[in-house]
Write a new protein. Structure first.
Length: 564
């Protein structure tokens, strides 16, 4: 099996996230039912519970979906878990991201039944889980003062994605003598900008992933756990097992949640019947498979309402697919349609003419103001909400042979439900300094914060040294406050070998990195393609994540000032 099964007793076992192959092995072990305690969309490589449920049903396994946000175990969660355990056929297997939530729920329900804490602690230790914090939290109200022996750091960083690791490396490149911890349960780290090229047969899937342990900077402690919730009044983060982690300063960079359930039927349809998305690691190769095999029919490409990460990615998939069909001689036999919930092809008008020339070259039909709301993979049909002339909402049905979907997106659950969030659920920061508007020892960067910039890796590359500088300035270890101008970059792959390199900041202001005679971002460029294919990946792995801040020179003001 690809995941380690922990047998709690004869009738109950737990594990980290399972995949479809694990289901067959579980069935062979005699498992009769499953409990999923992991909300969908927590990670880019996570299969949806509906996919698991469909495959489990074929094997005769029943599944109960009881998602729990890490570290937030309510009495109702325990009651629901107890009810499921009593109802489901035995043996039962429960899983979440790491197995911690599942065994914690089991422990809390066993404690409710009167099982001694010492026995539960011993069971957890045998299975490789430390349940002491969860049992202490259940036995008493959470202390208002730091718990004895609790972890404490100068700086805690939530999230070990591009933004989090770059921020840690940027801090250490300036000041080595800092105690820093990064909290993230993921064992691998993805170069997500490469997935578009995986879906076009340019990159291999393996080229976009490395082990997390190889990327955590030397001198930084990696806490391999998920965050449960933030307690900023106590300068404390709670982990999913209720352990506290204290900080003097906090950086929040957990990335974005892909809401696969935001479109009815999408989660059930992904990965078969022509339904794909380059927004998921395991599905990008399927995109390329579909593109290669399609000879005639209708191909749909969708884009949801903003904000989303890499807003150009949905149309990149369209351009590269059409380019392949054009080069292969099949494009004339394929109807290509782009359904965009927005009203423009691209948000910065200077780049639209070049993009429109490719839309016309590929004879793609643009459908603005159309939001994907439902999909039926078996029937190969999709439905879109749009506005009629009288302003009423009407639904349009389209059949497809292939559909590339960009899912709706939002901040992670533990961010949206925290004191750090604005009304829309994003980390609430000053858009210039990236400092939290309410808690002055907290900064945000990357996809989960609410500054009105494009959510791209290039934006995180620019933000990391700004956050590092401003955090250190608050510690009197740097001089002057750095300001973020909203820079983001979107290399729009309009054909294999050419890119429209969009670079812009707040308000759509053009912020090119190169003179026009080197790369004219408003025109398709071979040199921009070389930059994307050959240069940016090593820049990402070997520079950005290592604290080497090439082409980053944030503006500074005098200490204590802000343009916020």
């Amino acid at each position: 099996m690809s995941v380690e099964i922990k047998d709690v007793n004869e009738e109950f076992s737990v594990s980290a996230q399972i995949d479809l192959e694990d289901l067959k092995q579980l069935a062979e072990r005699g498992v009769k039912s499953l409990i999923c305690n992991r909300p969908d969309g927590e990670a880019a490589d996570q299969i949806n519970v509906t996919e698991v449920e469909a495959a489990a049903g074929e094997l005769g396994l029943e599944l109960a979906y009881l998602p729990v946000v890490s570290g937030k175990f309510s009495d109702q969660d325990v009651s629901d878990f107890l009810s499921a355990i009593e109802r489901l056929p035995k043996p039962t297997h429960a899983y979440c991201r790491t197995g911690t939530r599942s065994i914690t729920l089991w422990t809390l329900y066993q404690r409710r039944l009167g099982v001694p804490d010492s026995q539960l602690l011993a069971t957890g230790e045998r299975c490789g889980y430390d349940l002491s914090s969860a049992l202490r939290a259940a036995a008493r109200e959470q202390a208002r003062s730091p718990e004895r022996g609790a972890a404490h750091y100068d700086i805690v960083i939530v999230g070990a994605g591009a933004a989090g690791i770059a921020a840690a490396s940027s801090l250490l490149s300036r000041v080595r003598d800092l105690s820093i911890a990064i909290i993230d349960p993921a064992e691998v780290h993805y170069y997500q900008p490469g997935w578009t090229l995986v879906g076009a047969g340019v990159f291999s899937q393996a080229a976009t992933v490395k082990t997390m342990v190889s990327l955590i900077p030397d001198g930084v402690e990696w806490i391999r756990a998920a965050v449960g919730n933030f307690e900023p009044e106590q300068n404390r983060v709670r982990l999913e097992d209720s352990r506290p982690v204290y900080y003097e300063r906090l950086i929040v960079a957990p990335g974005i949640k892909l809401d696969w359930h935001g479109v009815e039927g999408l989660a059930e349809s992904l990965g078969h019947n022509g339904v794909t998305s380059n927004y998921r690691f395991d599905l990008a190769p399927y995109t390329w498979q579909l593109v290669q095999n399609l000879r005639q029919g209708r191909a749909l490409f969708t884009q949801p309402p903003m904000p989303i990460k890499c807003a150009g990615a949905p149309q990149k998939a369209l351009y590269l697919s059409c380019d392949h069909w054009n080069r292969s001689g099949y494009l004339d036999n394929i109807e290509v349609e782009f359904y965009n919930a927005g009203e423009v092809l691209f948000g910065v008008k200077e780049y639209v003419p070049a993009l429109m020339s490719y839309i016309q070259r590929y004879d793609a039909r643009l459908k603005f103001g159309h939001r994907l709301v439902r999909i039926d993979g078996d029937a190969k049909k999709a439905w879109f909400d749009t506005r009629a002339e009288d302003g009423t909402t009407v639904q349009v049905e389209r059949e497809f042979d292939m559909i590339h979907v960009c899912p709706p997106q939002c901040a992670p659950d533990f961010v949206r439900e925290s004191p750090l969030a604005d009304d829309a659920g994003w980390v609430d920061v000053d858009q210039n300094t990236l400092r939290h508007k309410q808690f002055d020892n907290i900064w945000g960067l990357g996809d989960a914060m609410n500054a009105p910039n494009a959510k791209t890796a290039a934006a995180a590359r620019m933000q990391a040294p700004i956050v590092a500088n401003n955090l250190l300035e608050s510690m009197n270890l740097a001089t002057g406050i750095a300001h973020y101008n909203g820079y983001g970059s979107c290399p729009l792959t309009v054909e294999r070998g050419k890119i429209v390199l969009a670079e812009f900041g707040y308000g759509g202001k053009l912020l090119p990195s190169f003179p026009r005679w080197v790369i004219n971002g408003q025109q398709p460029s071979r040199l921009a393609w070389i930059l994307k294919e050959k240069i940016l990946p090593p820049v990402y792995w070997k520079a950005m994540l290592k604290g080497k801040e090439w082409m980053v020179n944030p503006e500074q003001s005098k200490r204590g000032t802000s343009t916020g």
